[in-house]
Ligand binder design. Structure first.
Ligand code: UDP
Length: 249
């Protein structure tokens, strides 16, 4: 993180013209894959992320099974062509970390005790990356799990807030992530008010931290509305496709 690069202009606007509390444009679509039990696609600024869900199904190998609840397994992967430079295929330290924290966030909301010995498998494929992919991935995964009909307390919406040129800013882009002073991804469940993911890279004062948290939570509330909208659109399409034209019984 460097102090030399100017990330805020004299009007207080950021390198991509956003205000400090402004999200990048976000589009969410549910049910985009035919073969997965549930799926979702998220475009978030220049990020493009696909999430697919299988399960609940019997956990294999058997030693993974928990007799009291389902296990949640997440595989986060960046496609080779997703970054400025070719990403080396296969697991690495960062992908393992993001998979783990995403699974832990989702375990907080999925009603896993309804599915003993089962596994719920979530695949997150980052097709294009521009900072914030773990938040986009977690947001997409929640919609995919809902699309799969897996019961949850509520969907997790995720968004980062950080610090650039000494100011707290929402949803850092790649340049801001690289040259800003802090980045704090946050996963939030608007239905319960719970925070299920919180990470921090860099430094903030306590006052800055509270401001960043408030900003990220209020963004998560907006993102949650987009998640619900995606599921509503998905449901409306299927309803209209029914043989009886979707007329109520
Ligand atoms: N990145 C990349 N190649 C990598 C890892 C990261 O191009 O192997 C880029 C990518 O744009 C990613 C950004 O760096 O979104 C920030 O990565 P970070 O680890 O902070 O995670 P993210 O912000 O994506 O959750």
């Amino acid at each position: 993180m460097s102090e030399d690069i100017v990330l805020l202009n004299s009007d207080g606007l950021r390198v991509d013209g956003r205000a400090l509390d402004e999200l990048r444009p976000i589009k969410i679509e549910a049910g985009v894959l035919g073969n997965a039990d549930g799926s979702a696609y998220v475009e978030w600024g220049a990020n493009k992320v696909l999430a697919a869900v299988y399960g609940p199904k019997e956990a294999q190998p058997k030693y993974l099974q928990d007799t009291a609840k389902a296990i949640v397994q997440v595989n986060y992967n960046m496609a080779a062509f997703s970054g400025d430079e070719r990403v080396r295929p296969g697991p690495n330290r960062r992908a393992t970390e993001i998979s783990k924290i995403t699974a832990e966030a989702l375990e907080n909301v999925i009603l896993t005790n309804q599915f003993p010995r089962a596994s719920i498998d979530v695949y997150i494929e980052v097709l294009e990356a521009d900072a914030g992919t773990r938040c986009a991935g977690l947001t997409a995964a929640s919609v995919a799990i809902a699309d799969a009909g897996i019961p949850m307390i509520g969907m997790v919406a995720a968004c980062a807030a950080g610090k650039i040129d000494g100011h707290i800013a929402l949803d850092l882009g790649k340049k801001e992530d690289n040259f800003g002073q802090a980045d704090m991804p946050l996963g939030y469940v608007p239905g319960t008010g719970e925070i299920v993911l919180l990470q921090m890279d860099g430094h903030m004062t306590m006052v800055e931290f509270r401001k960043a948290m408030d900003m990220a939570i209020s963004a998560c509330e907006q993102i949650h509305e987009l998640q619900i909208g995606a599921l509503r659109r998905r449901y409306a399409v299927n309803y209209a496709d029914m043989d009886d034209g979707g007329t109520e019984q």
